[in-house]
Design a protein around this ligand. Structure first.
Ligand code: SF4
Length: 490
């Protein structure tokens, strides 16, 4: 009996999740079904995740953004993680990954799943290492146990680093930055210690059987991704990619939905070629990329170095972007870092959607531009990707209500406001046609994705926030630190 969206799509069934996704993307349900059936799109939707509003990840749909949350050994608890979930969803994350490595892991994950309207991903090997006590103490049985428990709990997608093989490890010897993926480094240590093949590779069919049962999407991890531009596109990276291609086919044959993770650090001129190669090797399976960072010289600004690569990757066909925050390589991000990281990545995703001609994507730009030319400041703020920041920045110098009607801002001043000068000139010269563009976003072909600031989410399903009696702005500002994967790993 078909268990997964992939199996049901292949059987010709249009599921309620496909219909919901079609509604959100303004597409025909049949187009969604066909993309899922072909393995070119996934709908991560665990049967047990009741709070989920289904979404789709695929190159033919709006580019999606993931944010990482999770408790560390030092900090956090279920309430703290709910705060992080709220922060991520509020600022437009399409999925979240719970990368917890400390605290009551199952309780934290259960709380996130109970409240998350977006798909929740995990990297099960993290919990397995915590429970084993060290990478060397991992066993296949423990890995399968953790994967089974997380699947039964409702996790929608899991990073599984099954493509890192013993024979690939020597290929990393000449690298500048070695193995930077947390999962990759754990498995490399295990293989060196035991002299045996990657247990996730050996047990791959058993893992797929568990994932199929609950319709958990597998996200094939790139354990050997480059951690510096010097290591990009090297033999180790592409050897693993070949294995990921074969595993994509095996997982899909087992009825499991598949996406594939990608690098990392890649010079700008190599990004598109990397995406093209992944899509060929993995037969069009959705590509989920971390950045990539296009230069290594800007610690403190890696949300920018990586958003440049992410834009190029999405332009070339990557389906989902894992955000990177300004704290990358430096420390644990706080709520402001999460906000900055998500803004950078939502810009990257939207810029690529506009450039790729996604129907209706540019309507948002056109509506904001029209409001800008009309000096309709309130509408500009409402339409902005981050309305709170746009309003704050404007009001820092011109806070009064009267300035919400002003035909200038403090950047050029009243005298030199070029748009005011241009409009006055057009009014004086009857021969000059006045621009007057009204864009009805509600009628846009991309209406559901053109509703800032919530991105593609149905905000009515977002967990209630703040808790009773708290002020929402204060709650946002007080959000605790948010974990990231090392190298925004896995
Ligand atoms: S003052 Fe300058 S920046 Fe401000 S609205 Fe006019 S043209 Fe734009």
């Amino acid at each position: 009996m078909p268990r997964t969206q992939l199996e049901r799509a292949r059987a010709g069934e249009t599921t309620p999740s496909m219909e919901r996704v079609a509604e959100r993307e303004n597409r025909e349900a049949e187009a969604v079904r066909a993309a899922v059936a072909d393995g070119e799109a996934v709908i991560p939707t665990n049967h047990a995740h009741e709070a989920l509003d289904p979404m789709v990840i695929g190159a033919d749909f709006a580019t999606k953004v993931n944010a990482n949350i999770g408790a560390s050994e030092d900090a956090s608890d279920p309430a703290g993680e709910l705060e992080k979930l709220h922060t991520a969803v509020h600022h437009g994350a399409d999925t979240v990954m719970d990368l917890s490595t400390g605290g009551p892991l199952a309780e934290i994950r259960g709380s996130i799943l109970d409240h998350s309207p977006v798909p929740v991903g995990t990297v099960p090997i993290y919990e397995a290492v915590v429970r084993a006590g060290s990478p060397e103490a991992l066993t296949t049985d423990l890995l399968l146990e953790v994967i089974s428990e997380q699947a039964a709990q409702g996790v929608d997608y899991m990073t599984i680093h099954a493509g890192v093989l013993m024979e690939h490890l020597p290929l990393t010897d000449g690298r500048v930055t070695g193995i930077v993926s947390r999962g990759g480094s754990i498995l490399a240590e295990w293989m060196e210690a035991h002299g045996e093949q990657n247990p996730l590779y050996v047990a791959f069919d058993e893992i797929c059987a568990v994932l199929r049962e609950h319709d958990v999407t597998i996200s094939l991890g790139d354990g050997l991704r480059p951690g510096s531009v010097a290591d990009a596109s090297d033999a180790a990276q592409f050897a693993e990619l070949e294995t990921l291609g074969a595993l994509t086919d095996r997982a899909q044959s087992a009825g499991v939905q598949v996406m594939v993770e990608g690098p990392g650090h890649v010079p700008l001129d190599q990004v598109a070629a990397n995406v093209k190669r992944q899509r060929e090797v993995c037969d069009g399976a959705p590509f989920y990329v971390l950045g990539p960072l296009v230069t290594d010289i800007a610690p403190g600004y890696d949300h920018i170095t990586s958003a440049i690569g992410a834009t190029e990757a999405a332009r070339a066909g990557a389906a989902m972007l894992c955000y990177v925050t300004p704290k990358e390589h430096l420390g644990l991000p706080d709520a402001d870092d999460v906000r900055d990281g998500l803004a950078a990545y939502r810009i990257a995703a939207h810029a690529a959607d506009v450039a790729n001609g996604l129907p209706g994507a540019r309507d948002w730009d056109d509506a904001l531009s029209a409001a800008r030319y009309e000096f309709d400041w309130r509408r500009q703020f409402d339409l902005a990707l981050d309305p709170e920041r746009a309003r704050d920045f404007h009001d820092q110098t011109l806070p009064g209500d009267n300035y919400k009607e002003a035909r200038f801002c403090s950047m050029c001043g009243a005298e030199f406001c070029s748009m005011r000068i241009d409009q006055d000139a057009r009014e004086r010269d009857g021969g000059m046609e006045r621009t007057d563009h009204e864009v009805d976003l509600a009628a846009s072909p991309a209406a559901a994705t053109n509703l800032p600031p919530a991105g593609t989410h149905d905000t009515s399903r977002t967990p209630a926030w703040p808790p009773d009696g708290a002020d929402s702005d204060d709650a946002d500002r007080s959000a605790g630190p948010v974990d990231e994967r090392p190298e925004a790993d896995d």
